[in-house]
Design a protein around this ligand. Structure first.
Ligand SMILES: N[C@@H](CCC(=O)N[C@@H](CS)C(=O)NCC(=O)O)C(=O)O
Length: 219
């Protein structure tokens, strides 16, 4: 058994699982992936031994259990990467933590109306509420790139936890054809070209549809 184990859900739909998975992959950390199919009759029974919240993702490291995607990314950065998951400069780190918390806790309309589905590739219209949320994300991406992105293609130049949190958003925007500014579109395309994002999306495309989602989309 490996020292680090990450419990995730279906790659096709589990946006939160993607965040710590991408962080571990980008920093070349060896880990064991434990995948549990969501929305099945036995999902809670299978998650029970690992997850206090009965949700994914969960990180198991030696005697420590961490759940909730942002807490897991914080733990990985601090304990496994020696802090390298965040920009080193305190001002940039504070900014990166703010935009990561914002996508984690806000944007209810995006999460409800345009949920991540790696298999989806069709234009969806956006309600006015959703357009406002997309505009806010566009501003976050464009301003962060302009202010802090001088040393690379990611939000703070080199890859950070903030990019992990926004990678599932890029998948949603790409799937449903979000209308973005040129700068935000360039960042979205760059995330979609990341080899580990591509790997996640391709594996997600090959998965069987979770039952409840299959019912919902055929109703
Ligand atoms: N705030 C949590 C949300 C976790 C969450 O909602 N996970 C979903 C999959 S992406 C889940 O486990 N759903 C199963 C369920 O609700 O039964 C996080 O950031 O990790």
């Amino acid at each position: 058994m490996k020292d680090i184990r990450l419990v995730i859900g279906n790659k096709s739909h589990s946006s939160w699982s993607m965040c710590p998975w991408l962080l571990l992959k980008m920093f070349d950390v060896e880990f064991e992936e434990i995948q549990i199919a969501l929305y099945q009759d036995n999902t809670a029974e299978k998650l029970g031994p690992y997850s206090p919240s009965l949700k994914v993702p969960v990180l198991l490291h030696k005697e420590v259990t961490v759940w909730d995607s942002l807490a897991i990314c914080e733990y990985i950065s601090e304990v496994i990467l020696g802090g390298a998951g965040w920009p080193a400069n305190p001002k940039r780190k504070a900014n990166a933590r703010s935009i990561s918390s914002e996508i984690h806790s806000e944007f209810p309309v995006l999460k409800r109306e345009w949920p991540m589905n790696c298999k989806a590739s069709y234009k969806l219209s956006a309600s006015d509420e959703l357009k406002n949320e997309i505009a806010r994300i566009d501003a976050i991406w464009s301003c962060t790139r302009r202010r802090f992105g001088e040393n690379g293609n990611y939000l703070y130049g080199r890859f950070s936890v903030a990019d992990c949190l926004y990678a599932p958003v890029a998948v949603c925007f790409d799937s449903y054809g979000a209308e973005l500014s040129a700068d935000a579109n360039t960042y979205m395309q760059m995330l979609m070209d990341n080899p580990f994002v591509q790997k996640w999306v391709n594996l997600g495309r090959r998965e069987k549809e979770p039952l409840s989602i299959a019912y919902a989309s055929s109703a």
